[in-house]
Design a binder for this molecule. Structure first.
Ligand code: C2O
Ligand code: CU
Ligand code: CU
Length: 504
């Protein structure tokens, strides 16, 4: 149902502060909001030993995938999480362009769920990347889709996408990589590099390793963050870099809300791909900011003094309820303890991993050229999307796109297949919002009116508070209904999503 416009009271910043500062009252509204989210878990699955990598064979990738509440080891630490096939992160899937993918998926969670293939250019309908499926507990669904022959090679990932439960299920641990192999892997210097995958996740666990029910906390407004950060399911990791060689890190931020701002001691990163799209040439970066949902690929040169170097997570302030106008509104501390305010990485850098030099190899140079990056003609159609939060009737505090909270049945944007559009995404709120679109990737054309010099393709872009981002997007190959949303998944669950229909 479409809510009448006059009832849609937008609240201003001062009212918002008042509400945010309402303490118990605010928390009460939120707990009401989240009552519908049933996080009670059922039967616990013991750790199982299934393969953690599934590769396609003769054009077919076929596997069983089961989501369940599982006993999992995070390094030495015992935890009880939501897992695909008992593993956190979930098994890595690998396929080639043109391959068929069949996933026999069983939901053994206590709540409905589904599977989203983040970043893959496949149909949004039927048994493919259909986020409108509502797979009930104990139900099995057969996913099947084909990866287009011209699909870019890169890193994509899968996670639940049942509206209202996305943040909770992802925060439970449900996320895995989907790798498309191809031309990028064949560039000689990249082929010679040592390849590592880094899945970044964070968890909020109690003393027994059980998931803390985050929905009861104010933190869901900023987006839930946990103070246990893992890479590939381990709280402490070390990687090795062949001296004189190249290390290729393929990184995904699979956290529901946490931003990572990565830097590596004494080593710049050479960015080669974003969100599964290869750049024209490597770009030197001293640090990498990864919002939820985003992926980057970097090369690291083993040309420094052999030794040990630390991978750091630097502070980043993404705004939020606890930080309005620079004041703390929640009595100073984030609800999960330890890490200070929600929405702000701790004030000091933290160590995520160490990198150790390994014995030398024959020198591998950086590639000078990668793949060509096509651009699009300037379109006639321009649309505007305003990101903010506010009160909505029947819902209370919600996150809004163009003043509206998400409605399953409403089509917010209708576009024509085989057309190109410019979308202007305007963040008028007090928090940063990473904006994500399903099925088709886009290019950033300008930020705050300033043309973007480098235009890599991507599927998620950070729109900082106060910022205006212009993106250019083609609608190719597939018709049907899909979504765009903020990838702080609590914001998505709280309404910051719209339905996009692509018509022929
Ligand atoms: Cu990674 Cu709609 O999501
Ligand atoms: Cu997605
Ligand atoms: Cu957001």
């Amino acid at each position: 149902m479409l809510a009448p416009k006059k009832l849609m009271k937008k609240i201003n910043r001062r009212q918002f502060i008042a509400l945010a500062g309402a303490g118990a009252g605010g928390a009460f509204i939120l707990s009401q909001l989240w009552k519908k989210v049933n996080s009670s878990q059922i039967s616990l699955k013991p750790a199982i030993n299934l393969p953690s990598l599934h590769k396609s064979n003769n054009g077919l990738l076929s596997l069983n995938l089961e989501a369940s509440y599982s006993s999992v080891k995070l390094g030495n630490q015992q935890a009880y999480l939501l897992a695909y096939n008992g593993q956190v992160p979930a098994p890595r899937l690998e396929a080639n362009p043109g391959d068929t993918v069949r996933i026999r998926f069983t939901n053994n969670l206590a709540s409905p769920t589904n599977l989203h293939q983040h970043g893959l250019h496949i149909p949004p309908t039927g048994s493919a990347d259909n986020v409108f499926l509502n797979i009930q507990p104990k139900e099995t669904f057969n996913y099947e889709f084909t990866i287009p022959k011209n699909h870019p090679a890169g890193i994509f990932w899968y996670h639940p996408h049942r509206h209202g439960l996305v943040a909770e299920q992802l925060f439970g641990g449900l996320a895995g990589l989907f790798v498309v192999r191809g031309d990028l892997d064949e560039i000689p210097e990249i082929k010679a590099a040592k390849e590592e995958f880094l899945v970044l996740q964070d968890f909020a666990l109690d003393g027994e390793g059980r998931l803390i029910d985050s929905s009861a906390h104010m933190s869901i407004m900023s987006g839930r963050e946990g103070d246990l950060i893992t890479i590939n399911g381990k709280p402490t990791s070390s990687f090795s870099l062949p001296a004189k060689g190249l290390l290729r890190w393929r990184i995904v931020n699979a956290s529901p809300s946490r931003f990572y701002r990565l830097s590596l001691e004494n080593h710049p990163f050479y960015l080669i791909a974003i969100d599964g799209n290869t750049l024209a040439a490597p770009v030197e970066m001293s640090e990498l900011l990864l919002t939820p949902g985003q992926r980057v690929e970097v090369l690291i040169k083993g040309d420094k003094e052999p030794g040990q170097y630390r991978l750091l997570n630097l502070p980043y302030n993404r705004g939020g309820m606890g930080m309005m106008g620079g004041r703390r509104m929640m009595g100073g501390r984030g609800m999960m303890g330890g890490r200070g305010m929600m929405g702000v990485n701790s004030n000091a850098p933290t160590v995520l991993a160490t990198l150790n030099y390994d014995s030398p190899v024959k020198t591998v140079p950086l590639p000078t050229k990668l793949l060509s990056v096509p651009t699009l003609p300037k379109p006639k159609q321009v649309r505007r999307f305003e990101l903010n939060h506010g009160m909505t009737p029947g819902v209370g505090m919600a996150f809004l796109i163009n003043g509206k909270s998400y409605e399953n049945q409403r089509i917010d944007t209708r576009v024509k297949l085989n057309t190109v559009e410019d979308w202007e995404i305007v963040n008028t709120g007090v928090m940063d919002h990473p904006f994500h679109i399903h099925v088709n990737h886009f290019q950033v054309i300008s930020r705050n009116g300033k043309p973007e010099s480098l235009r890599p393709w991507r599927d998620t872009v950070l729109v900082r508070r106060g910022e205006t981002m212009r993106i250019r997007i083609p609608f190719r190959d597939f018709t049907g209904k899909t979504v765009y949303h903020c990838h702080i998944l609590d914001h998505e669950d709280l309404g910051m999503m719209g339905n996009l229909e692509i018509v022929s």
